[in-house]
Design a protein around this ligand. Structure first.
Ligand SMILES: *Cc1c(COP(=O)(O)O)cnc(C)c1O
Length: 624
């Protein structure tokens, strides 16, 4: 109830506050509304209330069409438990009390109802409402877009997952907040005061290896000092006396490969994966030639017992005097801590259970500071790992049990650290770097040239890609601009388009159950079709009381698999050729066979209207 009240306040109160602000300051009304996850989702209801009670006195369906046109919904989690779901009765309680007096409560309840395959009809699902109140939707990384299209596919029955209208915009991080001041200072001094504005991350290549390496060490030293301070404070809080804490002054070594791992600790992030084989971890920490040291920070939700247990396990390991100079756990991870952590670490570790990390941003913060990522190919890393900007921990999601999977992935992590990451940091694989460094032996001076080249590559390539500026550009191009255009069209001429669209949708929805593809035939191909042959497809479709302009009749063709499914599908729209009476029409068109192998095709009918943003928008389709 408390959570619901917060969300009602945020969404409905948020719009009211915005209107008061507009009035007070003369600020123009916003044209696009963007709801991140369901939290502010009720803003859509408040806007419907405005439109129904305003001068235009729109109907619910007209107001819904108008509101949707200028609303964007972003889903942020591939974990179903991460989505807010309330009992429908709770929602009913608040709206029947008059929160949106002109909006029928039953229509509000319908917006969040899980009235689809495997849904719970007594639940009000905030993400489902978000998707129904927004004409455009996205996930927060490419992989998350794909996962979301699968996760919400029940809302678009009959469509292939790839056609579910949820796109993706990959998150980014605010560079001025997260880049170390020493990096910005170097950039300004070397390349001019405007460097930060121009986003010329490629200038990293113009900085000498020695200077990059020296700066990385400086940042590592700051982290080591900060960790010692925090560790001392944490032990004192646990009741230790100063005299017992001399050892904290020599915790961590400013010349040892430093790996950072910090997170809230929901179970899917697997805080303790590295403890899977404690002896193996110990060997890595204490390795004679190429040791590693680990700085771990975490914060668990007070109600999350599994999270708290993981933290306890970790603390127990780090308390061991044999390793406590090489592995540190810092409680109460927060932004201040994060800001020394990212620049000071050479490697940023992330090992979630793929694909449960929607995007992840901590690795992005590390990258803009020249830390290399060592991560499972999940979230943003799945699309941005390129082989030279860090390492990919392989995933074992091919039917292995959770335990086996942890074993396999932990083993892969140890192996990477031992054979790839650590040797490269200490420059022990000199031959690998010879090409980049040139043959001169004296030029090495213990600078691991391959490592430094990876740092420069990371800055040059990931810098622009992970910045919030790139993200915002993507939102503008992919979602905000189209939503603003639709929104203006919806409003024009006293909401003429919204009114027409609402009436059209009602007509189409009523007619849809009667629609059917009666018969499909084809002409022009012999027993043995050859590449280049043209196939004429005729579809006889019963449209009930709809007209051919209301629909798109498409032929989908591609490779026919054994299970009758089509792969590598191409779509071609057929044209209405002849009215056959009784609402029946002949649609026809031709396709050219452009591939060898078993060929198959099918015909489908979808609603078609200029004001729809995607073919799947209404969730209506008739497959032959
Ligand atoms: C960046 C950050 C997070 C989020 O990290 P993810 O990788 O996106 O989970 C959480 N807490 C703090 C303090 C952060 O700086």
């Amino acid at each position: 109830d408390h959570r619901l009240q917060q969300e009602l306040l945020l969404g409905m109160g948020g719009v009211k506050a915005l209107r008061a602000y507009q009035k007070l300051t003369g600020t123009p009304a916003p044209e696009v509304f963007h709801t991140n996850e369901g939290h502010a989702g009720f803003l859509g209801i408040e806007r419907i209330q405005e439109l129904m009670s305003g001068e235009q006195a729109l109907t619910f369906d007209e107001a819904l069409a108008a509101g949707r046109s200028s609303t964007v919904f972003t889903t942020h989690t591939p974990v179903p438990a991460g989505i807010d779901r309330f009992e429908a009765a709770q929602i009913q309680h608040f709206f029947e009390a008059g929160l949106a007096p002109d909006v029928p409560t039953s229509r509000i309840l319908d917006l969040g109802r899980e009235n689809f395959h495997e849904g719970n009809p007594f639940v009000f699902n905030m993400a489902v409402m978000g998707l129904r109140l927004a004409q455009r939707a996205n996930g927060v990384a490419k992989l998350h877009g794909e996962v979301s299209r699968g996760m919400f596919s029940a809302l678009w029955p009959g469509f292939d997952h790839s056609e579910v209208p949820i796109t993706s915009v990959t998150n980014g991080v605010h560079v001025p907040t997260w880049v170390d001041p020493r990096i910005s200072k170097l950039a300004r001094e070397r390349f001019g005061p405007d460097t930060e504005l121009t986003g010329r991350w490629d200038l990293a290549y113009n900085v000498s290896d020695a200077e990059v390496w020296a700066l990385r060490r400086e940042m590592r030293v700051s982290l080591v000092e900060d960790v010692r301070r925090r560790l001392r404070a944490a032990w004192k809080k646990r009741g230790a006396a100063d005299a017992e804490l001399a050892w904290t002054d020599s915790v961590l070594d400013p010349d040892v490969l430093t790996i950072g791992f910090a997170r809230r600790v929901p179970t899917y992030k697997r805080l303790t994966l590295m403890l899977r084989d404690p002896e193996r971890l110990k060997a890595l920490l204490l390795h004679k030639e190429h040791p590693i040291q680990l700085v771990i920070a975490g914060k668990s939700h007070p109600a999350d017992d599994a999270g708290k247990k993981m933290i306890q396990d970790l603390v127990r390991f780090t308390d061991d005097p044999a390793v406590r100079h090489r592995i540190v756990f810092l409680p109460n991870y927060d932004i201040a801590m994060a800001r020394t952590l990212f620049p000071g670490c050479d490697v940023w570790l992330n090992n979630p259970l793929r694909p449960l990390e929607a995007c992840g941003t901590s690795g992005m913060k590390a990258a803009i500071n020249g830390s290399l990522n060592l991560s499972v190919l999940d979230g943003w890393w799945d699309e941005m790992y390129d082989g030279e900007n860090g390492w990919a921990i392989p995933t074992a999601n091919n039917g292995a049990s959770a335990d086996e999977r942890d074993d396999i992935e932990a083993a892969a992590l140890y192996e990477l650290l031992e054979t790839q990451v650590a040797p490269r940091f200490y420059g022990s694989t000199v031959s690998e770097a010879a090409g980049a460094a040139g043959p001169s032996e004296s030029s090495h001076e213990k600078i691991p040239t391959h490592w430094v080249s990876m740092i420069k590559h990371t800055l040059a390539h990931l810098g622009p890609a992970v910045s919030a500026e790139r993200m915002l550009q993507d939102y503008v191009n992919v979602l905000y601009r189209p939503a603003a255009v639709s929104g203006r069209e919806a409003v024009a001429g006293s909401y003429a388009q919204s009114k027409a669209l609402a009436a059209w949708i009602a007509k189409v929805r009523a007619a849809w159950p009667q629609l059917h593809v009666e018969h499909v035939d084809s002409l022009g191909v012999s027993e043995d079709p050859q590449i280049g042959d043209t196939l004429q497809v005729n579809a006889y479709v019963g449209l009930h009381n709809l007209s051919p302009q209301d629909v798109a009749v498409e032929v989908a063709y591609g490779q026919a698999a054994d299970n009758d499914e089509l792969a590598n599908v191409t779509l071609v729209e057929l044209e209405a050729k002849e009215e056959l009476g009784n609402g029946r029409y002949l649609f026809a068109g031709s396709i050219v066979i452009d591939r060898s192998g078993s060929f198959g095709y099918t015909v489908r009918v979808l609603p078609k209207h200029d004001a729809l943003a995607s073919k799947a928008e209404l969730g209506l389709i008739v497959n032959a």
